[in-house]
Design a protein around this ligand. Sequence first.
Ligand SMILES: [Zn+2]
Length: 313
Amino acid sequence: MPELPEVETIVRQLNKKVKGFKLTDAWTDWPKTIKTHSLPQFRKEIKGREILHVKRRAKYIIIKLSGHKTMAIHQKISGHLLYGKWIPRKELIKLKDKELISKIKNNDKFDNQKWLPAENGPLADDPFNRHIRFILFLNNGKMIGLSDLRRFGKIYLADNDKIGSVGDIGRLGPEPLDPKFTFKKFKELFKNKKGKVKQVLMDPFFIAGIGNIYSDEILWYSGILPTHRVESLDTQDLKKIYKYIKFVLKKAIKAKGDSEQDYRKLDGTKGDFQNMTKAYQKTGQKCSKNDGGIIKRLKVGGRSAHYCPIHQK
Ligand SMILES: [Zn+2]
């Protein structure tokens, strides 16, 4: 699932590409994606609205529109937004691009997709970009598409002052990269908190945006076992975790996210963080601290945790 760095990357890239353009229409073959409106209502509501600004709250992409409306998109497990151009399948034959046509015709991965990429490149080549279930059309002829293999993505539209009450936005924990999120505030979160540290860090109502990848990485850097109970963490431990939350998330944003699984950048290419991970999915490999440890995996609350049994205590 995309976590804070992946969502932040998409948000930054959307601001560069789509700010100032107007929405002309929307399409989906999976109307359940839109949680607040029927598809006809949604299309009517967004038509002609300008994209003023895109920001992030936890793992939500928040799109501010003209006329006091806000759209919120949660990409969930396999969803990722892409920017480009797609055409209806029946129009494909009108294209002159023989290479693209034969590529699509000879690839059954496109079998259920009603809109196909109009150009050669990562939107056509990478199977993870071939599950377009939702499209926002822009007045520059381009589109924002949601590729969502498992169809869990969610889209909300509300008045600006109501957006805080859609989905679970109103209940989310603090933003770890907010400069106002001081160590003092971080420490206070742990008062009366119980549980295994990995599970606690992954709880979106405790702290926003950290999932399976980044909880493993943060704990590897902090030298703390994923199963360590938060009741027994001392101030020094918390200081390390606080420091490495910021360090790891910033490093991953710089790398433009982790594309080991479904996530891709807005243009359909891969981020780089999967080449920098220390613990996540490194089972059986030597710990890069050269401490003789071999990365192990265990289950914590139904999720896989990866850790070094030597330097993580
Ligand atoms: Zn180690």
